[in-house]
Design a protein around this ligand. Structure first.
Ligand code: SF4
Length: 274
């Protein structure tokens, strides 16, 4: 058996007893898939799941979200961070009330915030297409196991072969679960791994370190939105007083939030955009 087949068979065998159960995994509704994939970006899956449950209950179809206010969506999103993702989801829901998923198939990347990974997740989970959902977990596993620095081309070239006679969804979910529980970014559990003897164990130094959150623009942006979710509006001076941020810095952040359509500033009064 060649290395590719060993990898495929052993991973699928492992997944039989180790697949995590989530409600959206039983569904091929593209709206549910889109919701969980956007929520789960940069978020641990169990945490994403609790947000997904809130969102799907309130917005069972794109229509309900399309007519909701930004304030309500941001309020439900509160705690996840990267609020722009919520706004892009809102924009997508408006498009999807006019055009169905089927009518834009397979070009899901026309939806705001939908990149290659989410598009492939929709194709695999909702449309049973033979594609591998390539995120950082998947790239890491392939790189370590096969000993390849940039396995993107390798995955592309072997995708058809790997997914022959199997459901792409099962394989993608197995990769996702394996990457977050065994072949983790930090401290992979090689001694407990099914691949221990076959794996090249090609470890690369992490090139990117996460920028410090405390005091960052991202933290201040989050605080501004959190304040506005819980209050009607506020003038810039009072907000500055509460957040204790340099005036120029706060002004630039507010300008950017306004450009992104997150807030309105009228006569120095700030509020969440309608
Ligand atoms: S042996 Fe280690 S590096 Fe290789 S797949 Fe398993 S956990 Fe990852």
């Amino acid at each position: 058996m060649n290395k590719l087949n060993t990898f495929k068979k052993q991973l699928l065998k492992w997944s039989k007893n180790n697949t995590r159960e989530y409600s959206w995994r039983d569904s091929n509704d593209p709206w549910k898939i889109l919701l969980i994939e956007v929520i789960a970006q940069q978020t641990q899956l169990n945490r994403a799941h609790s947000y997904y449950e809130k969102f799907i209950k309130r917005f069972p179809t794109p229509k309900e979200m399309s007519i909701a206010s930004k304030k309500e969506i941001l309020s439900l999103w509160s705690g996840l961070g990267y609020n722009n993702r919520a706004l892009r989801l809102h924009e997508s829901s408006k498009i999807l009330t006019k055009k169905s998923f089927n009518s834009i198939y397979p070009n899901f990347d026309i939806l705001p915030g939908v990149g290659k990974y989410t598009k492939n997740a929709l194709l695999s989970f909702a449309y049973k297409e033979k594609v591998i959902t390539q995120d950082t977990n998947v790239i890491r596993i392939f790189s370590r196991f096969f000993g390849i620095e940039n396995p993107d081309n390798f995955i592309q070239e072997n995708q058809k072969n790997i997914l022959k006679n199997i459901q792409s969804r099962k394989f993608n979910e197995a990769l996702m679960d394996f990457g977050s529980t065994i072949c983790k970014a930090k401290n992979p559990l090689c001694s407990e791994c099914i691949f221990d003897n076959n794996c090249e164990k090609f470890f690369q130094e992490t090139k990117h370190t996460q920028p410090t959150f405390k005091g960052s623009n991202r933290e201040i942006r989050g605080k501004v939105i959190k304040y506005l979710i819980n209050n009607e509006n506020i003038d810039i001076t009072s907000l500055n007083h509460i957040l204790k941020v340099e005036e120029d810095k706060l002004n630039l952040i507010l300008e950017k939030l306004e450009d992104e359509g997150m807030i309105n500033i009228k006569k120095k009064l700030i509020e969440i955009s309608s």
